[in-house]
Ligand binder design. Structure first.
Ligand SMILES: Cc1cc2nc3c(=O)[nH]c(=O)nc-3n(C[C@H](O)[C@H](O)[C@H](O)COP(=O)(O)O)c2cc1C
Length: 242
């Protein structure tokens, strides 16, 4: 195995530094621009069919922040954070994002047949997957794919619930990219799913089909903000070679 280069060692330090911090230091020098920088890094995360169905809502202070803290059950990470980022999935925007991808492909200098194939992927496959999932009951779509799967491999994640899971997967990758970026900059975060999603949706006036993926508390740690040593299962317990 090759030696870890400088970048790889830096990445190790970033991973080691990232902990879920529950108590932030209000006195520590904090530059909100670091958060902006890392949200810009977050959108470089991969996403299913490059639909980028994410949105980042930033809440620093004021009445909305108070209400958001309450919706997060006033947990210490939310209460003591310099700011909160609500990470949202926007499945309601899937058609718009398909169009954006098609427009991007059209704008590229590439052989016409390559562009045609890429456009057909969005126009036919993605549109059908999302459009049908929205329109028809999941059990019907799954039954069709079960039947298709008898003869050859078939894509099974075709229900609206599957599509929601897919959106959350991609959006969580953006969330993790954000947290690692923050860590690389010496800043701290705490991902949270302990909140009243109905209240948060209402506070942010989110439409139907937009969902909260997680809320990330941001700040700089107090030493007591790390609740204990990091626990991970031994690698051998989660690693299989086939
Ligand atoms: C999706 C998700 C939701 C979480 N929700 C909360 C939460 O509501 N409150 C909290 O204090 N920590 C929360 N955590 C943090 C985990 O407890 C933490 O990541 C885990 O204990 C491992 O510790 P580490 O992040 O310091 O390595 C959450 C983490 C994830 C990934």
């Amino acid at each position: 195995m090759p030696e870890k280069n400088e970048c790889s060692q830096c990445f190790d330090r970033t991973l080691e530094h990232r902990r879920s911090v529950r108590i932030f230091d209000p006195e520590a020098p904090y530059d909100p621009e670091v958060v902006t920088r890392n949200l810009k890094r977050a959108i470089l995360a991969p996403s299913s069919s490059n639909l980028q169905l994410w949105e980042f809502h930033r809440i620093k202070d004021g009445e909305l922040r108070q209400k958001l803290n309450e919706a997060c059950f006033n947990q210490p990470a939310a209460r003591t954070a310099n700011e909160l980022i609500v990470i949202v999935t926007r499945l309601d925007k899937w058609e718009q994002r398909v169009e954006a991808n098609i427009e991007f492909i059209k704008s590229q200098e590439a052989p016409e047949d390559v562009k045609k194939r890429a456009i057909a992927y969005y126009d036919k496959i993605v549109r059908r997957l999302y459009g049908w999932a929205k329109r028809y009951p999941g059990f019907v779509l799954k039954a069709i794919q079960w039947f298709n799967g008898l003869k050859k491999p078939a894509y099974r994640e075709v229900s609206w619930t599957d599509i929601r899971i897919s959106a959350h997967k991609s959006v969580a990758l953006a969330a993790q990219t954000f947290m690692l970026g923050m860590s690389a900059d010496g800043y701290d975060t705490c991902p949270m799913e302990g909140f009243d999603s109905a209240r948060v949706r209402k506070l942010l006036k989110l439409p139907k089909d937009a969902e909260i993926n997680m809320i990330i508390a941001c700040g700089i740690r107090k030493p007591e903000g790390i609740y204990g040593p990091r626990f991970r299962l031994p690698f051998e317990q989660v690693y299989y070679e086939h």
